[in-house]
Each structure stands twice: as C-alpha cells, then as structure tokens.
Unconditional design. Structure first.
Length: 257
C-alpha cells in the first residue's frame, strides 16, 4: 500500500515538478513554490498535501513560516524494491530528478542548505532508539560501522569501521531517550574530511505502540559541500531504508554501495 501511495503521488507532472524544485533548492515556502507553477495557491497546497501524505516531502515550521523539504527515503525504498532487484546496474533513488534538473540555471542554492529525511518504521520507539544508538545495531545497517558514545552531552560520538578506524567523528549535543538525539558530524572520508563539522538531529515520534516515525535533520552545511552532496545523493536515504528493513525483517539490505 505504501508503494501504491507513492506511485500515485508521482503520477502527476505538477507534483513531480514540485519535487524537482525542492531537489534544486530544499526548504521552500508555499509562496516560493506557488510562484513556480501556473496554478492557484490552493492547487499547489493540494499537491503538497498529496506529496506529504505519501512521505515524499516533510515540513517544518519556523515562526510563521512553513518550509517544505524533499524526503528521498520512499523513492529509495522503491528503487531497492523495483529497480535494484531486477537490474544488474545500480540506480540512484533520485536519478530521474537529477536528470530532469540538469541544464536548469534558474535554480538558486541556499548558502546553508539542510537535509530532512523521514521514514515510518513498524517497530516500537524504544527499539528504534536502540537501533540508532547501539553498536550491535549500527554495524548491521550503517555501512558496517559501529557507533561509540555514552550519549552524555559533550562526549564523543564516533562511527568506526570494522578495523577500528574512525570514519565519522562528532560530539553529543543533546540526548533525550528515546525521543531526540542531537550530535555534530564530521566525516573523515575524503573529500568530505575537509568540510567543517555539521549538525544532525534525530527525532522519534511514536505513532502507535509498534509504529515509529523517524525524522533526521542534517544542517549547518557551509553551502553545497562534498558532505552535503554525498548525503543528498543517497547517503541518509540508504541508511534509513536499511535500518527500516533490518528492524522490520531481521535482515539488512544487500550491501551494494
């Protein structure tokens, strides 16, 4: 049923164009998006509502403004289910959106963009929190890396590869189990290692006893850095999709990245 909702949302060209706009510059208001489409404000609102119900966009309110963000996770899941399964070639979850945007010069990039990813997992909130914060779990879905932290504000927050070498380093800013986790993020993998540290916020919301909504906000990028581009092109989408698959089936997705 989730796939059907996403496919229906993507079937409309106006909704695909809205996703293109958010891919070009994330975090836009209704007024900004309305100016790009030849339809009424009410019409744009209806399309945005369909996209949000399908999980293809997320929204965040800052004061009176409501900002819309592309959520690539559902597209990644469809890619894994319907493309990677039948094709020998790897396909990026957003390759069609990227292709559609090539050559468009009217898109303007924010000075400090942010990434907002959201996914709904059929698992209790405490279980999802354990998946995010324990090395036994992260080793199975986070590119084979184990998380090392005691979750105390100010303490290290480090992902280590199987040989013990760190791949991501940071510091815990806030820990509120099992609801919210904030930490800094600095990739040690070239060329991302030259970028300034950024900030990641995990927000967990219990939708029912066994269903949890996970929102990951990655911000403080100093422009479209190597870290931003790497994570936008599938990094967070694949990590969250893999965590969802592990929690719901007991097995992670095949490692192909």
């Amino acid at each position: 049923m989730e796939d059907e909702t996403v496919f229906r949302a993507l079937a409309d060209p106006s909704r695909r164009w809205l996703l293109d706009l958010l891919f070009g510059r994330d975090g836009r208001t209704l007024t900004e998006l309305e100016s790009e489409l030849p339809m009424t404000r009410f019409g744009v609102m209806k399309h945005l509502r369909v996209l949000e119900e399908a999980g293809l966009i997320t929204t965040r309110k800052v004061g009176r403004e409501k900002f819309h963000y592309l959520n690539p996770v559902p597209i990644q899941l469809i890619s894994d289910r319907w493309i990677n399964k039948y094709s020998a070639m790897r396909a990026s979850a957003l390759v069609d959106l990227k292709t559609a945007l090539e050559g468009r010069t009217e898109m303007i990039t924010e000075t400090k963009p942010r990434l907002v990813n959201q996914i709904i997992i059929n698992a209790p909130q405490q279980r999802v929190w354990e998946a995010i914060t324990t090395p036994e779990f992260t080793a199975r879905y986070y590119y084979g890396c184990t998380l090392h932290t005691d979750l105390t504000p100010g303490s290290p927050f480090t992902y280590q590869m199987a040989d013990g070498s760190p791949i991501v380093e940071g510091e815990v800013v806030l820990s509120d189990p099992p609801n919210r986790l904030v930490h800094t993020y600095h990739s040690l993998w070239p060329p991302m290692n030259t970028d300034a540290p950024t900030r990641v916020t995990w927000e967990l919301d219990s939708m029912s006893a066994n269903v949890t909504r996970v929102t990951v906000v990655h911000e403080d990028f100093q422009g479209e850095t190597a870290t931003y581009q790497g994570l936008q092109s599938g990094g967070w989408a694949w990590i969250l999709s893999n965590m969802k698959t592990l929690l719901e089936t007991g097995e992670p997705m095949p490692q192909e990245y």
